[in-house]
Write a protein that binds this ligand. Structure first.
Ligand SMILES: NC(=O)C1=CN([C@@H]2O[C@H](COP(=O)(O)OP(=O)(O)OC[C@H]3O[C@@H](n4cnc5c(N)ncnc54)[C@H](OP(=O)(O)O)[C@@H]3O)[C@@H](O)[C@H]2O)C=CC1
Ligand SMILES: Cc1cn([C@H]2C[C@H](O)[C@@H](COP(=O)(O)OP(=O)(O)O[C@H]3O[C@@H](C)C(=O)[C@@H](O)[C@H]3O)O2)c(=O)[nH]c1=O
Length: 296
């Protein structure tokens, strides 16, 4: 651990942007578990798209590295909110990257599987050609390109649909809530993804940062499933009946933004994450739900 040059004993922190979000909160939590001093800043503390705000925060906290967990994630709203979406997902990361490059600070930012168009059959790797289908995906790709242009040594981790026991804003939580209340749950059965269990994503991304990795890396749990299959897996492992799940083509869900028919992520760089099945069981255990062994 680096000690702050002018402080003697105070450890030099990791600075996290996007403190109050799903990823930001998980980063703070796991930095604590790993004994990594960190300072997590909300938008009020540091607006990542405002160069003066970023400079003030970096000069105040003098971190050894910066992790950007901030962003605009409302994929469907982005279709009619392009300016705000690009501000948070492209301008913001670019401002952070330039400030970190100037100070030679390691920088990690996150991108998404939605930079791909789903036209290929095989999983997408780091060398696959992006071609986003929606405003959100275009903003994430623009952010990747701006960050690596400003700071080629930056680390860009692409992840996919988050699921986590630590907050309620994710698909697996919605499924379990519908199961508990026996409410019908419509799930897309024509879109294949490789979901990201947030603790695995955070630990993998921190490992890469500490290993001084750079460039684009794919971090998603191993395997692939449709949203409907993920819903069935979650319900079955949690011991619920599965009748409440209604498989639907995505077109019938009335979502404004187009999604790729598949955006399964794999890494060609060897950063293998645990399987979706294993991650889901750990997620359920973290929720205090006894996992029902699936009969073979
Ligand atoms: N959720 C997912 O499934 C996936 C997410 N990602 C990426 O991971 C990152 C984090 O996502 P997630 O945790 O789900 O997002 P959340 O919406 O949970 O959190 C994002 C946070 O960023 C903050 N923020 C937005 N703009 C700024 C800004 N200009 N300055 C400072 N803070 C800002 C938001 O604050 P406020 O509330 O004030 O807007 C919010 O607290 C994003 O880059 C996203 O694209 C990638 C793949 C999948
Ligand atoms: C909420 C819900 C979603 N879905 C499926 C359909 C659709 O493909 C997709 C849309 O749901 P969401 O809006 O949660 O997922 P979506 O916005 O597509 O999720 C994305 O979030 C952004 C931030 C990312 O970066 C992506 O990786 C991805 O995780 O999920 C269902 O099938 N049933 C549901 O009830």
């Amino acid at each position: 651990m680096q000690l702050k040059p002018d402080s003697g004993t105070q450890p030099v922190p990791l600075l996290i942007a996007g403190a109050h979000g799903t990823l930001g909160q998980a980063l703070s939590r796991l930095c604590g578990v790993r004994g990594l001093p960190a300072v997590a800043l909300s938008r009020a503390d540091m607006d990542i798209a405002d160069p003066e705000s970023v400079a003030r925060a970096l000069d105040k906290y003098r971190p050894w590295a910066v992790v950007n967990a901030a962003g605009y994630v409302r994929v469907d709203e982005a279709e009619t909110d392009e300016e705000r979406c690009f501000r948070e997902n492209a301008t913001g990361p670019a401002v952070l990257a330039a400030a970190c490059a100037e100070r030679e600070l390691p920088f990690l930012t996150f991108s998404s599987d939605l930079v791909f168009d789903g036209q290929q059959d095989e999983p997408y790797t780091e060398s696959s050609v992006p071609n986003p289908l929606n405003v959100y995906g275009r903003s994430k790709l623009a952010g990747e390109q701006a960050v690596l242009a400003a700071y080629p040594a930056a680390l860009v981790v692409r992840a996919s649909a988050f699921f986590s026991a630590w907050d309620k804003f994710n698909f697996v939580h919605f499924v379990l809530e519908a199961a508990r209340h026996n409410q019908p749950f419509e799930a897309a059965d024509d879109v294949r993804i490789s979901p990201s269990y947030v603790p695995d994503l955070v630990n993998g991304a921190l490992d890469l940062l500490l290993d001084e990795a750079s460039g684009i890396w794919h971090l998603a749990n191993l395997g692939a499933c449709t949203w409907a299959e993920l819903a069935h897996m979650a319900a079955r492992k949690a011991g619920f009946s599965e009748e409440f799940i209604i498989a639907r083509p995505t077109a019938e869900l009335g979502l404004p933004a187009l999604r790729p028919r598949q955006s399964v992520l794999m890494s060609e760089k060897g950063m293998i994450q645990p399987s979706i099945d294993d991650a889901l069981e750990r997620c359920l255990a973290e929720l205090g739900i006894a996992v029902v062994p699936v009969s073979v």
